[in-house]
Design a protein. Structure first.
Lengths: 96, 355
């Protein structure tokens, strides 16, 4: 849900084309344009766009290692086609 | 490339890498629902079992507490306000829905702030908000309480049945009746708490935990992270919403309004320090102090195994009442009522979600 206006601790958010209100009291740094997670009428987290793009790290890694040619469009869809697989997640020999 | 391809890929890697005899427990009603709706159990390798724990707020609410809510609703001066899930949960004698049909003033809201608005609009009514939920919801109740105070509303009070998540995990592990290889940790609770509160799982029990999001891909990816952890630790898969430190503003608000107290959990009993009670400074808005009620003796529904389901000991389908005498339309136990309950999710998506 994207914030379209802020007035004090109240914000207007766009949800599937409809406008709704929520409180931003719990995320005071939220501003217009931020995507927020809303629970029971309160925004509780500002969704990190960079993190959102890295969301499916493992999935992209799997796609990158996939021999099928159609792996690339999938990676691009998540916004990081040319990003190297995370060191934390790469390699497979030491896994249980 | 479709989402289904993504899932097939993740499932294939899981099948390749997961050893036998792995049991992962989720402790969040939204995960329960997601796993059932997406049919994830059927994508998992044979050696991986997914079970539900005490993650549905309405389900873990003890019978004695439900009885107190009903007793409060029966007071003629009280307007009892709560979330929708609670209305149909069977207490010892009836439900809030039945009380409403019998004339009690029971109202369902989406946000605790709506209860404050009712109190402002109807000053002649004693508006009691029955606050149920974990760390995700408790800050919204705390915020509403401060809104009521700022507006000078003396007719608003809170019955706090809020609970905190980490301690029941310890209680569950101490019981030792459920072998848990790792936890899918709740996404929205962790938005507030961060991850430090779960470190004890790895430190004291050698059990890993991964904070997971709610899409099918999130859950499978988190399971893969659990399988891949070389040493037990706490990690975040749901990084787009959860920071390691959590929501510090919400944590401060919880600290300001509530203090830890003993709480009674269905299936787990009283767990010291696992509840949230209003601090002395908010005693005037504490419905537990403002009203004296006699809820009467508690009666558990015969044959209901909701407590065992909440400990992950019994599969919903392992209860003789499941789908027969107990259905979402005519529920016997809380786990069949709440949309986040393990029994309700299994029933609704039966065929897709068979264990």
């Amino acid at each position: 849900m994207r914030i379209t206006a802020v007035d004090g601790s109240r914000a207007t958010i766009a949800v599937e084309g409809l406008e709704q209100e929520c409180s931003v009291m719990l995320v005071p740094t939220a501003g217009v344009g931020d995507y927020v997670l809303v629970h029971a009428g309160f925004a509780i987290s500002i969704l990190d766009e960079a993190e959102a793009q890295e969301t499916y790290d493992l999935l992209r890694e799997i796609s990158a290692f996939d021999e099928r040619d159609d792996a690339a469009p999938d990676a691009a869809e998540h916004g990081g086609a040319d990003r190297a697989p995370d060191d934390d997640h790469a390699g497979g020999d030491d896994r249980r | 490339m479709t989402a289904a391809d993504d899932l097939a890929r993740l499932a294939a890697v899981l099948r390749e890498e997961a050893g036998p005899g792995l049991t992962f427990m989720e402790v969040c009603g939204t995960h329960t629902m997601a796993i059932a709706r997406y049919g994830l159990r059927q994508l998992l390798p044979a050696g991986v079992r997914l079970i539900s724990g005490p993650g549905c707020p309405v389900c873990v609410t003890a019978m004695a507490d439900l009885d107190r809510v009903l007793a409060l609703a029966r007071l003629p001066e009280v307007t009892l306000v709560t979330f929708g899930d609670l209305i149909r949960v069977p207490a010892s004698r009836g439900t809030l829905a039945a009380e409403r049909a019998a004339g009690a003033d029971v109202r369902v809201v989406y946000s605790p702030s709506d209860a404050v608005r009712i109190a402002a609009a109807e000053p002649e009514r004693q508006v009691v908000f029955a606050g149920i939920g974990f760390e995700t919801t408790a800050p919204t109740t705390a915020a509403a309480l401060l809104e009521a105070r700022a507006a000078g509303l003396s007719n608003f009070s809170l019955l706090s049945l809020h609970k905190t998540m980490p301690l029941p995990l310890r209680a569950l592990l101490d019981l030792g009746e459920t072998p848990v290889s790792g936890f899918l940790l709740p996404g929205h609770v962790s938005v507030i708490t961060g991850t430090a509160c779960y470190e004890f799982l790895a430190r004291d029990y050698g059990i890993a935990g991964v904070v997971a999001g709610f899409e099918a891909r999130d859950v499978l990816e988190a399971l893969l992270m659990l399988v891949r952890q070389p040493e037990p630790g706490i990690a975040i898969q749901y990084t787009r919403a959860v920071r390691p430190e959590g929501n510090v503003v919400a944590q401060r608000l919880l600290e300001q309004v509530f203090e830890p107290s003993d709480a009674d959990w269905r299936g787990l009993g009283v767990i010291p320090g696992s509840g949230l009670t209003l601090r002395a400074g908010f005693a005037d808005a504490d419905a537990a102090r403002r009203f004296t009620v006699d809820p009467g003796p508690t009666l558990e529904p015969p044959g209901c195994r909701c407590g065992e389901v909440l400990r992950g000991v019994t599969d919903p389908a392992g209860c003789a009442l499941f789908g027969a005498r107990c259905t979402p339309e005519d529920p016997v136990g809380a786990c069949m009522v709440s949309s986040e309950g393990a029994c309700a999710a299994r029933y609704r998506y039966r065929g897709l979600d068979d264990a």
